[in-house]
Design a protein around this ligand. Sequence first.
Ligand SMILES: *Cc1c(COP(=O)(O)O)cnc(C)c1O
Length: 373
Amino acid sequence: MNTCDYVELAVTGVRQLNPYQPGKPISELQREYGVEHVTKLASNENPLGPSPHALAAICQELDDLARYPDGNGFALKQALANKYSCSPEQITLGNGSNDILELLARAYAGVGDEIIFSQHAFAIYPIVTQVIGASAVVTPASNWGHDLSAMAAAVTDKTRLIFLANPNNPTGTSFSKQQLIGFLQHVPQHVLVVLDEAYFEYASHPAMGIDDYPDGLTLIAEHPNLIVTRTFSKAYGLAGLRVGYAISHPQIANILNRVRQPFNVNSMALKAAEVALSDLEHLRQSIELNTAGMAQYQAAFEKMRLGWISSAGNFICVAVGADAGAVYDALLHEGVIVRPVANYAMPDYLRFSIGLAEENELAIDALHKVLNK
Ligand SMILES: *Cc1c(COP(=O)(O)O)cnc(C)c1O
């Protein structure tokens, strides 16, 4: 007989946790709705998939799967250090960059401490804050984006960490280098600033047309409290393998490397990421496809007279009215999975990830049909 409530036994922060809601898996839609052909544009994945060179490298790794991976990720760190002109001692590898966001919270904050992030910011920030029992300080957004002045003003004696997403997911909003420098000048050095650049490869490309978009890595030397996180999940198309990284002051990397699990990144991910880094042609194609897809959506939304939020990533939020939940559901019946963002306090919006041109067209046609436009 069970006389224990194992939910009640969990520590406070964990008990009150709302788990992360991922995009609906394709197989689930097929099972539940009986639709055969599914277009999934819900998780900001690269529609081209990974670099073919990375795939070939993964196959070679299969022979060695009985072995533990290189726990220090020597080769990948070396490749990253070469590409970004930093030292391997500044790099922390993660099981996705989300792993690193959690490591940072666990290593640098605890019960009673404060962590600042913006309204509408990426869902992992509140989760990692709550798990460790820290207090979330959520600053109001400005035009859907981060209000960096409000964030700097929210710093107190208890602040340990600030999460910034540039661009932010799901809004797609970004801030300029000038704004970021102004912000960093106002934040004391003992407060860590985590700059989440999951979409850096897209946002920094001139074709995206983002004015004065900052490369956080260029600011670390002057601002040692700045930690830049990036990922292979988005433009590099390796979301399923889970690999991301942080570049920071070596002392911060040292601490993160003590907290992480000894083999937190698997051998296939290490190899694939290393090879993917040098496939500039695949990256170029991915970014080009994204730019064209973004224009495709904007033109369609314009035609349907729907408002959207300008995005520096590989996704775009569109206002579909007060009943966005019903529109989301109707799109599922059409075999199109997008992302509802009511849990981000954006009840009127849906987020579309940019897919292949024909996938975008299917999604646009379905939206047209569902909205009667
Ligand atoms: C997708 C995403 C990440 C990266 O997640 P991974 O764990 O690297 O797959 C991080 N931050 C934001 C804002 C994202 O949208």
